[in-house]
Write a protein that binds this ligand. Structure first.
Ligand SMILES: Cc1cc2nc3c(=O)[nH]c(=O)nc-3n(C[C@H](O)[C@H](O)[C@H](O)COP(=O)(O)O)c2cc1C
Length: 187
């Protein structure tokens, strides 16, 4: 029985290595990421959310994609704030240049964004409405100037009505990323 169980452990270690680039070979994990195909999709205007997305991607593996708009946002903060305000007020759906052709093949989609005007930026609305995410696991994360991700959760829920939405993270503190991934069973 001992040798069978150590063989099983060895097999799990190998599977785990394949799933998670940073998994230590000495660890045996049973996180539900096993065999799941993961996409980390993020929108980022000034790079904060990109850094969080890259860290998540490093820890969970899978693919990463930046959600980009056809028309870029103004680089000046005040100008960007004005454009974003108008887009929110008009419930706009800015056109995206990013297309994920193989969305159907993903089981888990991390969706990252800065909080804009106390919700997700409108390109995230366009993005989530562009795909059938029924039955998929959707995991939101954000960065912000202080707002909590909860401000955007109603939007995410209504944009992904048939998805399994896990606890989101306000990822302003990079040290919170790994414990969160562990908590939600992604590590
Ligand atoms: C248009 C706009 C609206 C914003 N609205 C909020 C907000 O409502 N609450 C908040 O805490 N921060 C707000 N911020 C700050 C951003 O959420 C924060 O700087 C974020 O980390 C930027 O992420 P990024 O570097 O990935 O673009 C806003 C920033 C911009 C440009």
């Amino acid at each position: 029985a001992n040798s069978a169980s150590s063989q099983k452990q060895a097999a799990e270690t190998v599977t785990d290595k394949a799933n998670s680039a940073s998994a230590k070979t000495s660890e045996v994990k049973t996180a539900n990421t096993k065999g799941k195909k993961i996409l980390v999709a993020y929108f980022s205007q000034s790079g904060n959310t990109r850094r969080a997305a890259e860290q998540i991607h490093k820890l969970v593996g899978g693919d990463i994609v930046e959600v980009k708009t056809v028309t870029p946002y103004p680089t000046g903060y005040n100008e960007c704030v004005e454009v974003a305000k108008k887009e929110k007020e008009t419930n706009a759906r800015p056109e995206l240049s990013t297309k994920v052709d193989n969305m159907a093949s993903y089981d888990v989609i991390f969706v990252g964004y800065p909080i804009w005007w106390h919700t997700a930026p409108m390109p995230i609305y366009t993005f989530l409405e562009s795909y059938n995410l029924s039955g998929k696991t959707v995991i939101p994360f954000c960065t912000s100037g202080g707002s909590d991700i909860s401000e955007s959760m109603d939007a995410i829920k209504s944009l992904c009505p048939n998805s399994n939405i896990l606890e989101g993270l306000t990822a302003n503190d990079a040290n919170k990323i790994e414990p969160w991934l562990t908590r939600i069973g992604m590590r």
